[in-house]
Design a protein around this ligand. Structure first.
Ligand SMILES: Cc1cc2nc3c(=O)[nH]c(=O)nc-3n(C[C@H](O)[C@H](O)[C@H](O)COP(=O)(O)OP(=O)(O)OC[C@H]3O[C@@H](n4cnc5c(N)ncnc54)[C@H](O)[C@@H]3O)c2cc1C
Length: 502
């Protein structure tokens, strides 16, 4: 009650500060222009317009130029109340907006906007370990490398990205696959509290015991429910790990695929082990190699669970004793930045037959169809997902993904295309959709397809919530209706995977 009175007063103040003629002329056409002016009145140093250096920096604070768009203005909140106030202004004026965390989702318009207000969360950068060290509170402006570096002196880790530059919020709202997921489930299964700005502007904290339906929805339901301004993440003791990248020549295809299939089938035997085996194709050098990120949560790096991969003759192998923070710092330099990017996701049972279908179809089709695209890099990462990964989510109260444990283990594969010329965008998007359709048709015909599609690795138009566990899409929609009855985070913030669009 107290909150809504304050909110009304706030909006009224902003509205009266604007010339009345402008308020009267507010239509969907100029609503964002007006919202930018209103935000500027209240937050003079936190709103930026085209031509200003801060506008450009925020608009290009994305992993790939495919996401640089043309917001009318950029707003950079410094605290949760700023977010809440902005939501009141935006909803009051019916202005469209987008929210960006780390900016790593490569689908244009999913975290940025043409003509709306871009809310850049960079300055919501809290990071604080709890007094008993059991959880760490992290703001959505943080990246995983910062979380790992902060926790390292304590010998602790939290579950997050296997690449350090990735943003905290997007990864957690889609689930999050971590090196520790075979032990502890999705990263989001290890969130103990979310601070959220609801569509009404109200700030709530969702946990397993308060706003518990919202808490469940946020573990994989995406951005249809609110703007998360703080995540409390369980910490785990893991002072030293074994990690590194091995690069295997294409001549070792059979050994490589057999090692990946073996890990896929038997990975549950040692949940401390993780691998990200990939096919990596580089058109300019006309080469295909197999790379694998190898990981073990422990001090002894000679582990039977990884032996099939480490035994293959490698061009290079950096696997060895390190810390999570040091490992991600080293690999960040290997991640392409500044090139055009697209993802596509495919899921299968974790079998040799499925691997062979995906490998051969992908390599043959890329070589035959897009090998001459400027700057092309094409890859498939086979992410082995064990039964224990899924079981951990169930043990921790369940999640909206509701992955079918009876058919686990799985490969959740991400196809990644990288290129340099915007003129090739249409070619790549069409090819990515086509090769995925053909792979999925072949997997289905062979009885090797799996239902669940991981949101954070998906491409435009792929079905996500439709493949969540039975009944979960309907449940997500009803939670959306309860917390955002006017569909603010669906209609005024159209970017992202929306439960109502599924
Ligand atoms: C190089 C690279 C490596 C990756 N590695 C991994 C990995 O190891 N494991 C894994 O699981 N995934 C991985 N991913 C995928 C990653 O999880 C997604 O790209 C994720 O969306 C990134 O989060 P972000 O905050 O950077 O994204 P953004 O692009 O900023 O946001 C993604 C979506 O979340 C919404 N959003 C962002 N912040 C908020 C908020 N606070 N409240 C509400 N909505 C919000 C945005 O509106 C947008 O729709 C990787 C991606 C890349 C590019």
């Amino acid at each position: 009650m107290k909150f809504s009175v304050l909110s009304t007063l706030f909006l009224a103040t902003v509205a009266t500060a604007l010339p009345s003629s402008e308020v009267e002329r507010s239509t969907s056409f100029n609503a964002t222009v007006l919202a930018c002016k209103a935000l500027k009145l209240v937050y003079s140093t936190q709103v930026f317009f085209p031509g200003e250096a801060n506008y450009t920096a925020e608009n290009e604070h994305f992993w790939t130029p495919t996401d640089y768009l043309s917001p009318t203005c950029v707003f950079t909140p410094k605290c949760t109340t700023d977010v809440s106030s902005a939501i009141l202004i935006l909803t009051g004026l019916k202005a469209t907006f987008a929210v960006r965390g780390g900016g790593h989702m490569p689908i244009p318009g999913y975290a940025n906007t043409i003509g709306g207000v871009l809310i850049g969360l960079t300055d919501l950068n809290e990071i604080q370990l709890s007094s008993d060290n059991s959880y760490v509170s992290v703001g959505p402006g943080r990246r995983w490398e910062e979380v790992y570096a902060y926790l390292e002196p304590y010998g602790l880790v939290a579950l997050g990205g296997r690449v350090g530059i990735v943003g905290v919020p997007g990864l957690l709202l889609g689930g999050g696959i971590s090196f520790y997921s075979n032990q502890h489930g999705f990263a989001s299964d290890n969130v103990v509290a979310y601070e959220v700005v609801l569509a009404s502007g109200k700030i709530v904290t969702a946990t397993s015991t308060q706003y518990s339906d919202l808490f469940w929805a946020l573990k994989g339901g995406g951005n249809s429910f609110g703007i998360v301004t703080r995540f409390d993440l369980l910490t785990y003791t893991s002072p030293t790990v074994c990690a590194g990248i091995t690069e295997i020549p294409s001549t070792e295809k059979d050994l490589f695929l057999s090692a990946v299939a073996n890990f896929g089938q038997y990975g549950s035997a040692d949940p401390k082990a993780a691998v990200i085996p990939s096919i990596f194709m580089l058109a300019s050098l006309n080469i295909t190699v197999y790379t694998s990120a190898l990981f073990y949560d422990g001090t002894n790096c000679t582990q039977p669970a990884l032996a099939n991969v480490t035994a293959i003759p490698a061009i290079e192998n950096t696997y060895g004793s390190t810390t999570l923070a040091t490992y991600v710092e080293g690999t960040d330099a290997l991640i392409a930045d500044g090139t055009r990017q697209a993802f596509r996701v495919v899921s299968s049972l974790a079998t040799a037959e499925a691997l062979s279908i995906v490998h051969d179809t992908f390599v043959d089709m890329v070589t035959a169809n897009i090998w001459d695209v400027a700057g092309l890099q094409a890859s498939v990462a086979f992410q082995p997902v064990t039964k224990n990964f899924i079981q951990q989510g169930i043990n921790k109260g369940g999640n909206p993904q509701g992955v079918d444990i009876s058919k686990a283990p799985y490969f959740w594969m991400v196809e990644n295309f990288s290129w340099t010329d915007p003129a090739d965008d249409a070619t790549i998007y069409a090819f990515a959709a086509q090769v995925t359709d053909i792979i999925e048709a072949k997997l289905s015909a062979a009885g090797q397809a799996a239902q669940y599609h991981y949101m954070n690795d998906a491409g435009l138009g792929q079905e996500i919530f439709q493949n969540y566990g039975a009944g979960n899409l309907a449940k997500l929609r009803s939670i959306r209706a309860k917390y955002d009855p006017l569909k603010v985070y669906t209609n005024l913030m159209p970017g992202g995977w929306k439960v109502d669009a599924a």
